[in-house]
Design a protein around this ligand. Structure first.
Ligand code: TXA
Ligand code: MG
Length: 347
């Protein structure tokens, strides 16, 4: 199929009546897929009430069907369509963080596609903070199921080009509003326990959540590899570049030694580094991923950086490690997955 490409270049003026948005929403209403930007990554949207529509997401992405999707809404009133009654402490979270990169796992109401929720009794829901996404959801007037718009296993897409590289010809349309901002996917918070649990770290941090609702836990599987994660999606390999990646928790001198050892073995080496350190290394491919002194810039550039390693044939990849604080927790979570948890520590 040919993938229709709608460009939205004036985000201040995009509404549910903009012609590109109206056309894209028509596809959603016909149970077809549309990729669209959010403030985190591009999503691959479908009518969340239709099994027929949602099945197309799993097949376009090659996604395992036991991995439920996040349902996207544009107005708080849409929440009552998809979730059952929820505790009072949810409202302050919504008031503080929506629209924004916080996904809430809540008790599910009947009426949604069971495929979208992978048969669970809970549903993950968020309101994205992106004018084109909000306009599209409003125009479709439907809850929209949307995973990241990449082939399953690849890094999530932070530009329309990433989406096209993975899905061109496999989906009928994409709304292109340029690169996304935050880069890592939303924080997923399970609100069905007495003490809410972070199932996936993102740009909304544990500390920010605790300022609003008090104590929050982190899913044991995020801290300990032996535990089975509660968010089904967190158990899959994800984000991995073609060549094997190892994270190095050590000085740049130590990383450079590792690079040189590989080069002596005639290996082609890539390194993921930051503006501060990039001039230091002798690797064949040096990918600069934001500024170490400003971790949100690293989060924003992370997936594009991982994709860059596939532009040429490399044998071994190293990445600097980042402090697992604030958004650093999300960065290290994604990097560890991309590295299949290979990490070398300097002693
Ligand atoms: O930023 C984002 O969240 C992006 C944009 C497009 O909104 N979406 C995204 O979706 O990252 P996806 O499908 O790639 O990741 C959804 C995550 C998975 O880890 C999934 O297992 C988890 O949310 N999830 C969905 N429903 C759940 C539920 N009912 N209980 C627990 N985890 C759930
Ligand atoms: Mg994903």
């Amino acid at each position: 199929m040919k993938t229709k490409h709608w460009i939205v270049d004036n985000l201040e003026h995009v509404t549910k009546n903009s012609p590109q948005i109206v056309q894209a929403a028509e596809l959603l209403k016909k149970n077809e897929l549309v990729a669209f930007p959010t403030e985190t990554v591009y999503g691959l949207g479908a009518n969340a009430k239709s099994d027929e529509a949602v099945a197309k997401i799993y097949s376009a992405k090659g996604r395992p069907s036991d991995n439920p999707l996040i349902i996207h809404i544009a107005k708080k009133e849409q929440l009552t369509e998809i979730v059952d009654s929820y505790p009072d402490w949810i409202d302050p979270l919504i008031d503080r963080f929506w629209p924004g990169p916080l996904t809430l796992v809540l008790p599910k109401k009947e009426g949604l596609s069971n495929l979208a929720t992978a048969g669970l009794s809970t549903v993950a829901v968020r309101m994205p903070d992106h004018p084109a996404a909000l306009a599209l959801i409003e125009a479709a007037n439907l809850p929209i199921a949307a995973p990241s718009a990449n082939l399953s296993g690849k890094p999530s897409p932070t530009s329309a080009k990433h989406v096209m590289d993975d899905l061109e010809g496999r989906i009928p349309g994409i709304v292109d509003a340029g690169p996304t901002g935050l880069g890592v996917e939303s924080t997923v918070l399970d609100c069905t326990e007495d003490i809410p649990v972070i199932l996936r770290p993102g740009s909304v941090t544990k500390q920010q959540l605790e300022e609003v609702i008090g104590s929050v836990r982190i899913d044991a599987a995020l801290l300990n590899q032996e535990e089975l994660p509660k968010a089904p999606g967190m158990k899959y390999t994800h984000y991995a570049p073609d060549a094997p990646l190892t994270i190095v928790d050590g000085s740049k001198e130590f990383i450079e030694q590792l690079i040189q050892k590989e080069k002596e073995k005639e290996k082609k080496v890539g390194v993921l580094t930051t503006e501060e350190n990039s001039r230091f290394y002798s690797a064949d491919k040096i990918v600069v991923c934001g500024k170490r002194s400003d971790l949100p810039t690293v989060a924003s550039a992370l997936y594009d950086s991982l994709r860059k390693f596939n532009e040429e044939q490399l044998d071994v990849l190293f990445s600097e490690a980042f402090p697992a604080e604030g958004v650093g927790q999300a960065i290290m979570n994604r990097l560890l997955k991309a590295a299949s948890h290979r990490i070398i520590k300097e002693r």
